[in-house]
Design a protein around this ligand. Structure first.
Ligand code: UD1
Ligand code: UDP
Length: 374
């Protein structure tokens, strides 16, 4: 006999998960077949809240777990235990996780222990190197290994799962980040005057926050940025700094008080999208930014030696430059001087979806429950 409503819980905790899950929360809530509950671990606090506000989502459960400069062990055990209580109480028919954070990895394990059905949004991404990105590569493997449904952004992510022996429940849906980006581009606008950028200069946007870049690699990135600005009077650099103290403690001493460098607080998603659009070049180790920038036609130099997002590399709009100071300088300088090279990289393509990922995911979930409830 069919249940009245399918109870779906969406669990997320950090800024990028929120950006990619909020459009899905909204979509699923529109469907009367579903009873949707939103659970945030608040692995991030301020950076999560700004996204919840933008999408006007009030979580049903806010576990409020973030601690200053938290470590993986304590955060992991807090997530594992706190979610147990929520799953015990709510007994959802399906729990959705996103991506590769501690919230996703430990949350999925908690759901697995509670014997709840599990789905993974942004499934199948792999570098096949357990240390890069650390610990995200293993979080993804954990989530996919306990899942009933996997929503993969691209053919390659589908293939990664197939090749590792996971065949059932695997679907290509595109990435919900494109749904989020289109929502923002269409519905929201904001002016960036508060940053104080000079309209006559080319803007280089820099973001870096990955654990494997902490310390010396991030120092090299900042030294490269400083040298580039000092040697090119026609550029300015803006760095919305992640709130992680491991980032700020390295970045601020090297880049503060440098002419034509703006160190700013993390931007809300709408101004950040506008800033990406206005930038001449983006330097980043962010996963989400690698997916968004190709849609906006802005060349991206990735501050990592590998990527689990090879599609944009293949399209030619993204290039890996690692955290080597000389290499970063050489590649930026090349894009600044070589118009042909710049134009080749700045074509707008969209390898990560058509902006309807949430719709596809909704349909697959309905079909899944139709089949298992028959
Ligand atoms: C986490 C994810 C990473 C993701 C990133 C997105 C893991 C292991 N890492 O890394 O995959 O790319 O989020 O940004 O899950 N902080 C604040 N306020 C905030 C957010 C962070 O103060 O709103 C500070 C806190 O001191 C916190 C620290 O940043 O303890 C680290 O946060 P954490 O989530 O552990 O790591 P991230 O580097 O943000
Ligand atoms: N972003 C934002 N404000 C910022 C920097 C990034 O809204 O100041 C957005 C960005 O557009 C992308 C997401 O945050 O959607 C990426 O988050 P982050 O780089 O922290 O994590 P990752 O994607 O690497 O896991």
């Amino acid at each position: 006999m069919k249940k009245e409503k399918i109870k779906i819980a969406l669990v997320f905790g950090t800024r990028p998960e929120a950006i990619k899950m909020c459009p899905l929360v909204k979509k699923l809530k529109e469907n009367i077949s579903f009873n949707v509950i939103t659970i945030v671990t608040a692995q991030h606090r301020q950076m999560l809240d700004s996204v919840l506000e933008l999408f006007e989502i009030k979580p049903d459960y806010d576990l409020n777990l973030m601690k200053p400069n938290q470590d993986l062990w304590n955060l992991s055990s807090d997530i594992l235990l706190s979610l147990k209580d929520v799953f015990d109480k709510e007994k959802p028919d399906l729990v959705l996780f996103h991506g590769d954070t501690t919230t996703a990895g430990m949350g999925a394990l908690s759901a697995f222990y509670s014997r709840v059905k599990i789905a993974h949004v942004e499934a199948g991404l792999r570098t096949f190197d357990k240390n890069y990105p650390f610990p995200e590569e293993i979080n993804r493997v954990i989530v996919d290994s306990v899942c009933d449904l996997m929503f993969c952004p691209t053919d390659k992510s589908v293939l990664n799962l197939h090749n590792s022996g996971i065949k059932k429940g695997v679907y290509k849906t595109g990435n919900t980040v494109i749904d989020a980006l289109l929502y923002v581009v269409k519905n929201k606008n904001t002016n960036l005057d508060f940053i104080g950028l000079n309209k006559n200069l080319k803007t280089i946007l820099l973001t870096s926050h990955r654990r494997e870049n902490f310390g010396k690699p991030l120092e090299n990135i900042c030294l490269a940025a400083r040298e580039l600005v000092e040697n090119n009077k026609d550029i300015q650099l803006v760095y919305p700094m992640h709130l992680n103290p491991n980032v700020r403690n390295t970045v601020i001493p090297i880049l503060k008080d440098i002419e034509r460098v703006k160190l700013i607080e993390p931007l809300d998603y709408v101004p950040f999208c506008n800033l990406m659009k206005q930038s001449h070049i983006i330097l980043t180790d962010s996963g989400g930014v690698q997916e968004e920038a190709p849609s906006l036609g802005v060349p991206v130099l990735v501050l990592r030696d590998e990527t689990e997002r090879p599609e944009a590399l293949e399209y030619g709009c993204v290039k890996l430059v690692g955290a080597n100071k000389e290499k970063i300088i050489k590649e930026v300088q090349n894009l600044l001087c070589n118009k042909e090279e710049y134009q080749k990289m700045s074509k707008a393509v969209n390898p990560y979806g058509d902006g309807h990922a949430c719709e596809y995911i909704e349909k697959i979930i309905l079909q899944y429950f139709d089949e298992i409830q028959e």
